[in-house]
Design a protein around this ligand. Sequence first.
Ligand SMILES: *Cc1c(COP(=O)(O)O)cnc(C)c1O
Length: 385
Amino acid sequence: MTVAGTGTIPVMRPWLGAEEAEAAAAAVASGWVAQGPRVAELERAVSTAVGAAEGVAVSSCTTGLHLALVVLGVGPGDEVVVPSLSFIATANVVRYVGATPVFADVDRASGNLTPGTVEAVITPLTRAVVVVHQGGVPADVDAIRGVCASRGVEIVEDAACAIGAELHGRPIGAHSDLVVFSFHPRKVITTGEGGMVMTRRPDHAARLRRLREHGMSISAAERHSSARVVLEEYLEVGFNYRMTDIQAAVGLVQLRRLVDIVARRRSLAARYRERLDDRTGLVLVDDPPFGRANFQSFWALLPDAFPLTRDGLLQHLLDRGISARRGIMASHLEPAYAGEPHVPLPATERITACSVILPLFHEMTGEEQDRVVAALHEAAGIRES
Ligand SMILES: *Cc1c(COP(=O)(O)O)cnc(C)c1O
């Protein structure tokens, strides 16, 4: 249903079809459009897909991460370790609860936190670490837990990009007490906006359900379906972070596509790796030894000797109808975090300054991918043979 071929190759395009449109229309026709039965169904379906005990749907990964920190009781005076190399929401949620984000550096190959970079910034004030699976490349959460558990430091996984990725042979989603997915269109599957907090702790799940719905003692959906009059109470100051049933209807269809989407992304990533000449010197994102990426973002690090600057390369690609993006941002370099003290972050600064995200989407054709490869070879001064 989408047009490929000529014209600009986008960096990402969600794979949406007639089934999603029909599912959304059915939700509208049902008369129940806010959080209701379809949200509950999506929560069960995602939990089953990733092997988590429970899922709590929310309006975005950002709001889910916020609630995760509230549930852990993180607040003013606490420090939370985050990678600077991440979408800025990872750091912002720490500020939402009044705590201090402490930036840690990342592994140069994966762009992820490591036990070493986390340990380097843990202090007696550290309450939690937000471990990001950057671009859908799994971080070794289990190893990071090794430096956290003995110090009573909690782990929250920012798995915004990582549904369908695997760590130590198991899907991301069940390795920690709190794992948060995003269903933004830039991610692997989408509900327009949306997210879900996966948890294996019933107490966390109950609190998350209450917090996302104004702190209500009983959900609106339960109240409506009860045969008896039920008066709700507001047990604490909560939020309105709910997903709608229209979004969940779309999500249920998208979830059925997840296995295909991940397989396609992995095969396109492998094809980039095969076709890009080693002489470009580009360092391409790859699976870590302990897991399987979903390649939500396919990034390439430019070698020092590359003939073009990073921005020069982005322009070179755009001039050829190819929309690429700068690499993953670094929060500590943004005005919002100017003046925030931090340890040296050399790997973060190198990756953010010298990498590009290449087009990769489900319906990308081999021809489109070959156009990207040819443009990169041209930029690197390599003649096609
Ligand atoms: C996209 C993203 C988010 C934010 O997700 P939303 O669902 O848009 O709130 C958070 N963290 C990371 C690492 C992301 O890539």
